[in-house]
Design a protein around this ligand. Structure first.
Ligand code: UDP
Length: 255
């Protein structure tokens, strides 16, 4: 397995690693990984995902094995402060991905969009090509398939010659899929991007700037998708558990 560049420092939140990087530093690491043999994985956890990982050793191992772990959630920034190892900033998956697409188009590299409902990846690719005219899309496919189709899909992605793979199938499905096939992918990097293709395709609206600036994007998402209430309810539990690990708390977590 490849190593995360030495320059990147990892902290631990509820036992899972999170990289202490600014968005600019994450881009530098991204560019290094694009030059490195084999396929690397980028994960973008939020509090919900780290909460699940604290109960699911397989998910925790997948996050630990990722070459870049971006703090995609305001809850992680607060948690890191409580733990006394403050993360520089929140690096949202979708903003980071926009920068990646700009980099890919400037460097003549191609992207494969896998995930979301039929038609969404195609529409997202079309909109992204309008934004980055030099962007090469090697292929697209929806994210609804059974385990028996996986080998064929991996072969299809490899045959497309994509340099970068974007998987939007929700967490932890996308992380498991990438991790399971990492050794087979010929792309240099794969990232799980949740609902980003829906946003780019226009099927889901991104929170207005006010919500993003104030760290309450989750509130906007909840209003759009009330079914998320159950999942979001873990946030207070997540914070309580982090407090338990914080300096002065009952347990001290390694940094
Ligand atoms: N999705 C998919 N395959 C599945 C389930 C979900 O491609 O089997 C897609 C779904 O259409 C959506 C994206 O995954 O575009 C994110 O789903 P969700 O909002 O449930 O996930 P989150 O990123 O919030 O965990």
């Amino acid at each position: 397995m490849k190593k995360t560049p030495e320059t990147v420092r990892r902290i631990r939140i509820l036992g899972s690693p999170v990289d202490m990087v600014s968005a600019d530093e994450a881009m530098t690491t991204f560019a290094e990984l694009m030059e490195t043999e084999g396929c690397s994985q980028i994960v973008t956890p939020n509090s919900e995902i780290l909460w699940s990982a604290s109960k699911d050793p397989v998910l925790k191992a997948i996050i630990s094995g990722a070459e870049l772990v971006l703090p995609d959630g305001i809850g992680l920034v607060y948690a890191s402060r409580l733990l006394g190892v403050p993360l520089r900033e929140r690096v949202t998956g979708i903003d980071f991905l926009s920068r990646i697409l700009a980099w890919l188009s400037e460097n003549g590299k191609s992207v494969y969009f896998l995930g979301s409902a039929p038609g969404v990846a195609e529409k997202a690719a079309e909109n992204m090509r309008a934004r980055f005219p030099a962007l090469k899309t090697a292929g697209t496919r929806n994210g609804y398939f059974g385990p028996e189709e996986e080998a064929g899909i991996v072969a299809e992605i490899n045959a497309s010659g994509a340099d970068f793979l974007c998987v939007a199938m929700g967490s932890p499905r996308q992380e498991r899929f990438i991790s399971a096939h990492k050794a087979e992918f010929t792309a240099r990097l794969a990232i799980g991007v949740g609902g980003s293709l829906d946003i780019w395709a226009g099927t889901l609206k991104r929170a207005p700037l006010f919500f993003r600036k104030h760290g309450i994007e989750w509130l906007y998402r909840l209003a759009q998708q009330p079914r998320r209430i159950g999942r979001m309810a873990v946030l207070p539990l997540f914070m309580l558990r982090v407090l338990f690990y914080a300096p002065g708390g009952k347990k001290r977590e390694g940094t």
